[in-house]
Write a protein that binds this ligand. Structure first.
Ligand SMILES: CC(C)(COP(=O)(O)OP(=O)(O)OC[C@H]1O[C@@H](n2cnc3c(N)ncnc32)[C@H](O)[C@@H]1OP(=O)(O)O)[C@@H](O)C(=O)NCCC(=O)NCCS
Length: 195
């Protein structure tokens, strides 16, 4: 005797499926990069080391070059979170720290306000950037700089395993303010990648 056929129910996504996908930027996505960066600079000006006015004045070619480098660079990358409707919800990058040997950093971390919180893409974005740094950047140390007054970002990075190094540097847009340098002790916990 065969089992009765169960009534078909419409397909539903699993409850734990996120509403976004994290992936590396593509070379041609400079308009999206520009839009998200300008949004980020309006939302949290002290989160970045450039001003909105300066970035707004950049020619298209500069954005095209940034997007291409972040998409195809051997040791620099930007990851973006893309919603189901294709909109960009956030970003995080990884690259060597200019002028600081043996150090990489996580940079350009931003999530659009409606998608913040534990169910949003912030942790997945930073995890993607850390993973890239671990696999592709041949350095011993991973750091990031966070503005002294940015308590939410500090709390978020702490949850992910970043810790204060004790080092503070002047915030480039206002040297009277400070950037706290956080380190990531787990970066080379398993030694350097051979990839
Ligand atoms: C930083 C950022 C990417 C973090 O993403 P997020 O989705 O907000 O992160 P989460 O909500 O998962 O975590 C934030 C934590 O800060 C806590 N928090 C919120 N407001 C806070 C405040 N005013 N002071 C201290 N902690 C705060 C939250 O409770 C949460 O901790 P918990 O998960 O342990 O409860 C996001 O807030 C953002 O884009 N901010 C603007 C840009 C920015 O500051 N970028 C960082 C540049 S270094």
């Amino acid at each position: 005797m065969t089992e009765p056929t169960p009534a078909r129910r419409p397909a539903e996504p699993p409850a734990d499926r996120p509403d976004y996908r994290v992936r590396r930027i593509e070379a041609g996505e400079w308009r999206e990069l520009r839009a998200l960066r300008l949004e980020a600079l309006t939302d949290t000006p002290t989160a970045f080391s450039t001003s909105r006015a300066a970035d707004e004045a950049l020619p298209d070619g500069a954005w095209q070059a940034q997007a291409a480098a972040a998409a195809t660079g051997a040791s620099t990358a930007l990851f973006v979170a893309v919603g189901r409707d294709g909109s960009w919800l956030g970003m995080a990058g990884a690259a060597p720290v200019p002028d600081v040997p043996d150090h990489a950093h996580v940079y350009s971390v931003y999530v659009t306000p409606a998608h913040r919180g534990r169910s949003g893409p912030a942790a997945d974005l930073v995890t993607a950037a850390v993973g890239f740094a671990r696999a592709r950047i041949d350095v011993g140390h991973l750091t990031l700089g966070v503005h002294e007054a940015n308590a939410r970002a500090q709390s978020f990075y702490h949850r992910l395993g970043f810790v204060p190094t004790g080092l503070e540097v002047p915030y480039p847009l206002d040297p009277a303010e400070r950037l706290r340098i956080l380190g990531y002790p787990g970066f080379r916990a398993q030694g350097r990648s051979t990839e």
